[in-house]
Design a binder for this molecule. Structure first.
Ligand code: TXA
Ligand code: MG
Length: 360
């Protein structure tokens, strides 16, 4: 049997998401300390965690996900001093932003300390760090007593898991223990902020908006231009290693509906007319939903993601909706673009990547 086919007995433990039971947390922490892998809820998406200081345990994460070895992991800690132990520099901006946004969906890229294994950072001399704002994640990290490396708990390239079922659908039999704490809240991953240069750069927009970061820092940030492009492999311009790889993709082609709301509905109508018999998912905003009412029917799976005016609603439902469409057998998923401001930037980043830039 090849190493990649190792079958594990994945155990599932229910945990109270607000007041995690200490005995449940202790069992999961024991798995982490013993070099095992534990999937757990964070406020963004589920993570697949292992002891970040144990290179062999970290390799188990890559194996479970089928993750390319060149794609580094985020290290999760429970307190600022634990973060500082993993870096050789703690700039003023990190202190300021940590005070305001940690625990929370914000990840810093900083020069790594030598205790962080090369497996975690894929050989880079920087490390990604955050304190997650979820009682289960925090309790697990504290009880384990070690930093926890954790990527999103999906098979590499698939939409990130916002529910425990998503984790099991992708990874059952490939890791040791799932802490089932119900659905996650934010729905898209953390914002990744590179603090190694003169100007902080957003490498991946996420749960903390660019506007919120700028308000605290009192200056404009750079946003990597790659953020609103879906496919970078050939260009060699990936801002973070993860961007080189296909991502967020369900087992259906995703197409982005561009233009104003009326045009978007018209484009969807035309696509359906020209592609009869193709099973479609249709992900739309609540403001525009009435325009699609006549389109719903057999072969068309309509999901109202939330209000364009509240992109955090859309962020919270996006990955689940992509998976839902694939479950009903959609071959093509049409998704409305929304303005790339506030959380809309994170939504559009995930969409461009899921669609590999394909727009209508
Ligand atoms: O919300 C989140 O961030 C979730 C939860 C579980 O915390 N985690 C997550 O991890 O999204 P993952 O592995 O799916 O995405 C981490 C991204 C990857 O694109 C990776 O390339 C990038 O962070 N990254 C990690 N270390 C880096 C580094 N040293 N420099 C630049 N990018 C890095
Ligand atoms: Mg991921």
């Amino acid at each position: 049997m090849g190493v990649s086919q190792v079958v594990k007995e994945t155990r599932v433990l229910r945990v109270d998401p607000c007041h995690p039971e200490p005995e449940v947390v202790a069992r999961a922490a024991e798995v982490i300390r013993a070099g095992g892998t534990v999937a757990f809820p964070t406020e963004t998406v589920y993570g697949l965690g292992a002891n970040a200081l144990d290179a062999a345990a970290v390799r188990e994460i890559f194996r479970a996900k089928g993750r390319p070895p060149g794609n580094p992991l985020i290290v999760h800690v429970a307190a600022v001093p634990a973060a500082r132990d993993l870096v050789v520099l703690w700039p003023e901006e990190a202190e300021l932003l940590a005070r305001r946004f940690w625990p929370g969906p914000l990840t810093f890229i900083l020069p790594k300390a030598s205790c962080v294994p090369a497996e975690v950072t894929a050989g880079l001399d920087t490390v990604a760090l955050r304190i997650p704002a979820h009682p289960v994640a925090l309790a697990l990290i504290e009880a384990a007593g070690v930093p926890v490396a954790a990527p999103s708990a999906n098979t590499s390239g698939r939409p990130s898991p916002t529910r425990p079922e998503h984790v099991l659908a992708d990874l059952a039999g490939k890791f040791d223990l799932l802490l089932d704490g119900g659905p996650t809240g934010v729905g898209v991953e953390s914002t990744i902020l590179d603090l190694t240069g003169e100007v902080p750069v957003i490498l991946r927009p996420g749960g903390v908006t660019a506007e919120a970061l700028e308000a605290v820092l009192g200056r404009r940030l750079e946003v990597s231009p790659a953020v609103l492009r879906g496919s970078l492999e050939e260009e060699g311009t990936a801002p973070c290693p993860g961007f080189k790889f296909r991502h967020y993709a369900p087992r259906a082609s995703v197409l982005i509906l561009t233009g104003d709301p009326e045009e978007q509905a018209e484009k969807a109508r035309r696509y359906l007319r020209e592609n009869p018999g193709v099973r479609q998912g249709l992900l739309v905003t609540s403001e525009n939903a009435p325009r699609y009412r006549t389109l719903a029917g057999p072969g068309v799976h309509l999901v109202v993601l939330g209000a364009r005016a509240r992109p955090e609603e859309i962020a919270a439902r996006l990955f689940g909706a992509l998976r839902e469409c694939e479950e009903v057998g959609a071959e093509v998923i049409l998704v409305e673009a929304i303005p790339p401001t506030g959380m809309g930037l994170a939504v559009m980043n995930r969409l461009y990547r899921a669609a590999e830039n394909r727009t209508l």
